[in-house]
Ligand binder design. Structure first.
Ligand SMILES: [Zn+2]
Length: 168
């Protein structure tokens, strides 16, 4: 992976993909949130923005541009917990009173616009190719879950169901 000003270049064996720079995207979101907070008269709320690389195999080969700035905005997911803990201990002064926090939470709820995604179109797959079921964590067998008490037909282990939902 190469970070350059305004773009991210990902080289895989024989292909090259160019994306919008995630740091620039997060900075845009930062500005939009700041603007929205100002419009709603919620000022002086510190906003911390960071890009977290979730793929542990991702290797950053080169950083072009303001290296210190780019490095300060970029981290691996393994470091995120430490970053978050440091952040919560370093911010000691209370910015919002409880009533303001509740007001802000209410505003977020009122102004939220759900993103409606056509997941089939986005990943260029047809609905017929999707099967509902779970993958057994022990033997990797894929099976349909008929009831919450279903067990894997090959190893008889109960499946691990993500987010307590019955199906995905
Ligand atoms: Zn199994």
């Amino acid at each position: 992976m190469y970070f350059e000003f305004q773009q991210l270049i990902e080289d895989r064996e024989s292909t090259r993909e160019i994306y919008n720079c995630p740091i620039q995207q997060v900075m845009n979101q930062h500005q939009k949130l700041q603007h929205w907070l100002r419009l709603n008269k919620m000022v002086n709320i510190p906003i911390y923005s960071i890009v977290v690389l979730t793929n542990p195999k991702c290797f950053i080969k080169e950083v072009k541009g303001d290296r210190n700035f780019i490095r300060s905005k970029l981290m691996r997911s393994s470091r995120f917990n430490i970053f978050f803990e440091d952040l919560t201990t370093s911010v000691s002064n209370e910015v919002l009173m409880d009533s303001e926090t509740n007001h802000l939470a209410k505003l977020f709820g009122q102004h939220h616009t759900p993103q409606i995604l056509n997941i089939y179109e986005r990943h260029d797959i047809s609905q017929q190719t999707i099967s509902h079921g779970v993958i057994c964590h022990d033997c990797q067998y894929f099976f349909t879950l008929y009831s919450p008490n279903s067990t894997c037909p090959t190893c008889s282990r109960p499946p691990e169901i993500p987010h307590s939902s019955k199906h995905f």
